[in-house]
Design a protein around this ligand. Structure first.
Ligand SMILES: [Zn+2]
Length: 305
């Protein structure tokens, strides 16, 4: 079956608005594509209420991520030969060490995602730092490499979070939504921004009680949503950051959706499929790669590293 793929027709409308690319990507790449898997697993429920541990059906839905979704998605990534970035809460890493081994063996990056997927807004700076230190220790021990990337649980960071991350030698944060290309925080920390439109929770999450999500959407509609955004981001030289949860996107039809999306992106050409740590390294060594279009950024703090 062919998806409805408006970008592959190859015919641009006359007079299409095509501004210069927002970012100078390496070689002749036109845009970057960072595939992120947030392996929240059991913490999806436990961070809401530890008493939910008794709810076997709910917990089994969460466990599906690390137990079934991740192995299947690792298989797909190997099949497609694309690298990805897995953000894993410390609790999930401790409870699924062989999953961590398999992600590392697949050549993927593992980044920080809290310990029990804690909402940062509920934490003091001291509590947040303690969780960060504990999570760094766990991932370092289980992967053999110190993590350099961070995605805040629920995507939400505190005003002090960039400073905490820099203090603990984290190279990049992938939590804000303030642009569609990477930027620098005031302290030189790289931000690789995402956006809710390119998230699977809004499309696929559903649980009866506690009430999560909305209506599980048809994959064809979701392909169309993500493809149109990718296609335009490609034309405008942006950084396509797709965030998927294995308990949602590890389900069979959605694995197929991801396969078709990556293949369509490849067909478009000049796409840099890349891990977060490589984007951060590139951005730090090429601070001029960003084309500023923000009227308020005259005295921008872009170049502080
Ligand atoms: Zn998460």
């Amino acid at each position: 079956m062919r998806w409805n793929n408006p970008g592959s027709a190859g015919v641009l409308p006359a007079n299409r608005f095509l501004p210069p690319p927002r970012f100078a990507w390496p070689d002749d790449q036109r845009c970057a594509a960072m595939l992120c898997f947030d392996v929240d697993g059991e913490t999806t429920a436990l961070s809401e209420d530890p008493a939910l541990a008794r709810r076997r059906t709910l917990m089994s839905q969460c466990e599906y991520g690390p137990r079934v979704g991740v192995p299947r998605l690792l298989g797909l990534l190997a099949h497609l030969k694309v690298p990805a970035t897995f953000f894993v809460p410390g609790y999930i890493a401790e409870n699924h060490p062989r999953m961590i081994e398999a992600i590392v063996a697949g050549g993927h990056e593992i980044g920080l995602h809290g310990y029990l997927h804690e909402k940062l807004a509920n934490l003091s700076e001291v509590e947040e730092e303690a969780i960060l230190v504990r999570s760094i220790e766990i991932l370092t021990r289980l992967t053999g490499t110190r993590p350099v990337g961070y995605r805040a649980p629920w995507f939400e960071i505190n005003p002090w979070t960039p400073e905490l991350l820099a203090r603990h030698e984290i190279h990049y944060c992938a939590s804000e939504m303030g642009d569609d290309v990477p930027y620098f925080h005031d302290n030189g920390l790289v931000e690789i921004p995402g956006q809710w439109m390119l998230e699977d929770w809004e499309q696929f999450a559903f649980n009866a009680d506690p009430a999560w999500g909305f209506v599980p959407e048809n994959c064809e509609k979701v392909f169309d949503l993500w493809w149109r955004e990718f296609d335009a981001m490609h034309d405008m030289g942006c950084c396509f950051v797709l965030t998927l949860h294995p308990w949602l996107s590890g389900r069979p039809s959605r694995v197929r959706l991801l396969e078709d999306l990556v293949n369509a992106m490849r067909e478009k050409g000049h796409v840099w499929f890349v891990r977060g740590n490589e984007i951060a390294t590139y951005v730090r060594s090429h601070p001029q790669a960003r084309r500023e279009i923000d009227f308020d950024a005259e005295n921008s703090n872009l170049i502080k590293t």
